[in-house]
Design a protein around this ligand. Structure first.
Ligand code: ZN
Length: 198
């Protein structure tokens, strides 16, 4: 990111069937293809709000795909944020940063027996090409310099800390197991030390 990221728009949107009155934030400094955004729900603690950093997964977030746990994770996060007050940072990095079409290709490889990380490597993508730098930039623009982070992913905590956000604690998220995402969740635990009890 070359240009500094600043707040641009704040829009009230009632979500989850009207159960959550949220504020959506748009920013300046991201290009058209990376329109990252933030969502505020509830009344965040001004000192140490709860934060969830979520990477886009169209199939899971929008269509409720059973291949992953993104949809239920997102909904759980929004409910927790609404109850405790906090921010969702939504990063438009589909498929761990490789894009939607490539994610489709990795699904085919997974159906042939590879796990999600092996499939990414087979297609010459890094195991995980997500960057959390835009999340740091958005939190700063929202004047959130300390937070409790809703995550099972130690690397996410580390990347935010490396970016200068004071992550006071990590709050574990729930486990959403389906017949089809079991292997995906298992490889998350074995390959990237996610703290999920399966
Ligand atoms: Zn997903």
């Amino acid at each position: 990111m070359d240009t500094p990221v600043t707040l641009h728009t704040q829009v009230p949107i009632s979500i989850l069937g009207g159960s959550v009155n949220a504020q959506f934030f748009g920013f300046k400094g991201f290009d058209k293809h990376n329109e990252h955004f933030a969502v505020r729900a509830g009344r965040p603690d001004t000192e140490v709000p709860l934060v969830r950093v979520h990477s886009e997964c169209i199939t899971g977030d929008v269509f409720g795909s059973q291949r992953c746990d993104c949809g239920p994770q997102l909904q759980e996060a929004l409910r927790a944020l609404n109850a405790q007050g906090g921010y969702l940072i939504y990063l438009r990095q589909e498929g761990r940063g490789i894009g939607l079409y490539s994610k489709f290709e990795t699904y085919l490889l997974q159906d042939a027996g590879m796990d999600t990380y092996e499939a990414n490597l087979e297609l010459n993508h890094p195991e995980d090409s997500r960057s959390f730098a835009p999340a740091v930039a958005m939190l700063r623009a929202l004047d959130v310099n300390r937070c409790r982070l809703l995550t099972n992913n130690p690397d996410k905590v580390k990347q935010l800390r490396d970016g200068g956000i004071d992550v006071v604690s990590s709050v574990p998220t729930g486990v959403f197991l389906t017949k089809q995402n079991h292997n995906y969740l298992r490889s998350k635990v074995s390959k990237s030390r996610h703290t999920i009890k399966l």
